[in-house]
Design a protein around this ligand. Sequence first.
Ligand code: NAP
Length: 296
Amino acid sequence: MNTPADQPVLASGTFTLGSSTNDPLTIRRLGFGAMRITGPGIWGEPADRTRAIQVLQRARDLGVDFIDTADSYGPNVSEDLIRAALYPYSGNGNPLIIATKGGLTRQGPDAWAAVGRPEYLRQCVQMSLRRLGIDRIDLWQLHRIDGKVPEAEQFGVIAQMINEGLIRHVGLSEVGVAELERARAVLPIVSVQNLYHAGNRQSEEVLQYCEQHSIGFIPWFPLGNRELVAPDGPLGAIAQRHSCTPAQVALAWLLQRSPVILPIPGTGSLSHLEENCSAALVHLDPAAMAEIDQLV
Ligand SMILES: NC(=O)c1ccc[n+]([C@@H]2O[C@H](COP(=O)([O-])OP(=O)(O)OC[C@H]3O[C@@H](n4cnc5c(N)ncnc54)[C@H](OP(=O)(O)O)[C@@H]3O)[C@@H](O)[C@H]2O)c1
């Protein structure tokens, strides 16, 4: 039998994406972000491909059943590695949910540009299906709404792909409440992925909207910059009091901050992965929660 130490991620609890749709999808709240397993600048192959595959498989073994990626990570590299490591996407009999994204193109390391033309979004989905080796994407996220293309065209082709069975659930990334509401008028949005961590709450209003509408809120960059999780940083004393690390405090705070938050910390390191997954076992006391709430 698995103990909490074997599969700490189970302690993070679950969230149901699309709870008001006719096809709800329950996942464990603490997931894994697969952007950091590519080369520098999220470009090309990782320095150590074997280790990248080990990280993905170890995430599954620690109980992760929700992995976030995108066609543009590499590009293609992250999805290819996920297939090499995890196909046919079953972790101890539990299905692994691969959430991918499309709509961003790449011009080189650290260069990204949105393209939301309907024929391109369709290509993104078709190519992710091929790379991942599946018939339907459980959660497909529009990486960015392209301001140069009418929203109706972007949302329209996504609706078509849901109807055709290529996409099961749809999410958005880096949106405000107004965009979210316009999208929800035509699409059953189940998740939003925005920048959010203990040191940056610019998406607080979107988080509150997600809480009100039972939409999953996936905070990207959950560990923030190096200073946030440094031993002598703003979370250091709380970490000492709780006998854990500052990175674990940052993740535990997200898990306790709201039941709709689904953190997806990313790393190419096995030791960071194990540390991050064990954050699900950390319970911050009310004083720590209040102290972190007041950081910004
Ligand atoms: N929707 C979007 O626009 C968007 C944008 C960015 C990211 N994302 C998604 O969000 C996921 C997470 O975002 P992220 O990777 O930018 O940020 P993150 O998970 O907060 O990780 C930031 C950095 O922290 C390091 N790290 C990880 N665990 C650590 C630990 N325990 N202690 C100290 N450092 C640690 C990682 O480097 P090491 O490899 O050295 O561990 C990484 O470079 C990505 O993988 C991706 O799936 C989405």
